[in-house]
Design a protein around this ligand. Sequence first.
Ligand SMILES: CC(=O)[C@@H](O)[C@H](O)COP(=O)(O)O
Ligand SMILES: NCC(=O)COP(=O)(O)O
Length: 239
Amino acid sequence: MTRLSVNINKIATLRNARGGNNPHVVQVAKDCEHFGAEGITVHPRPDERHIRYQDVVDLKDVVTTEFNIEGYPDERFFELIALAKPAQATLVPDGPDVLTSNAGWNTVAHFDYLKEITSRLKALGTRVSIFVDPDTQMVEHAAKLGADRVELYTEPYAAQYHQNREAAVAPYIKAAEAAKAHGIGLNAGHDLDLHNLAYLRQNIPWLDEVSIGHALICDALYYGLENTIQMYRRQLELI
Ligand SMILES: CC(=O)[C@@H](O)[C@H](O)COP(=O)(O)O
Ligand SMILES: NCC(=O)COP(=O)(O)O
């Protein structure tokens, strides 16, 4: 079974556009769960352009499915994890000025650093997932440094999907096999949508979780949030 974690960053983007509390981020998280989301993902960024640190605090006692907090492991991130105690922390290497995530960690070059960070986070009681490119070496070293899971960065898959989906998915299958061989769990995310999701899942049926935000919230403008979440879940069940 592959779980669907709904990333609600874009709900906060909309809320922040007017400075009030519409849409209500906490209520939307609750509704996503009610509509079938099996997890809620947030990625607070240092400039708080969408999810604010206070949102994470407000969400921590509300999310009843799997709460997944993504981010660069600076001291503020650690404070947040210690306070919110999410089921999962996903380490992403983004600098503070990126538009959106654009690469995975180099787990070879940053092996000792990530090992220490991972062990500190695990001591707080959270599962640790490391965001990586679909590269078997990166997956192997994530496993060796103690990560519980990797999240495969799927933007390159999504970008190539419509030209040549077999070629697009090939490195992801190899990386996923490496995760299985090294005994760690497997997540995936970034630019997954209603077109490319089922094919990824069909080729990697042992995928534990996908986190999806941008496309899902865009689709919800047309189909409504409840329908959209159900549509994404069906894509994960098409085997
Ligand atoms: C790690 C990852 O792929 C997601 O967190 C994605 O980057 C969403 O972040 P934004 O909503 O800030 O684009
Ligand atoms: N980890 C990926 C995520 O949470 C959502 O990415 P996207 O669907 O907004 O590209």
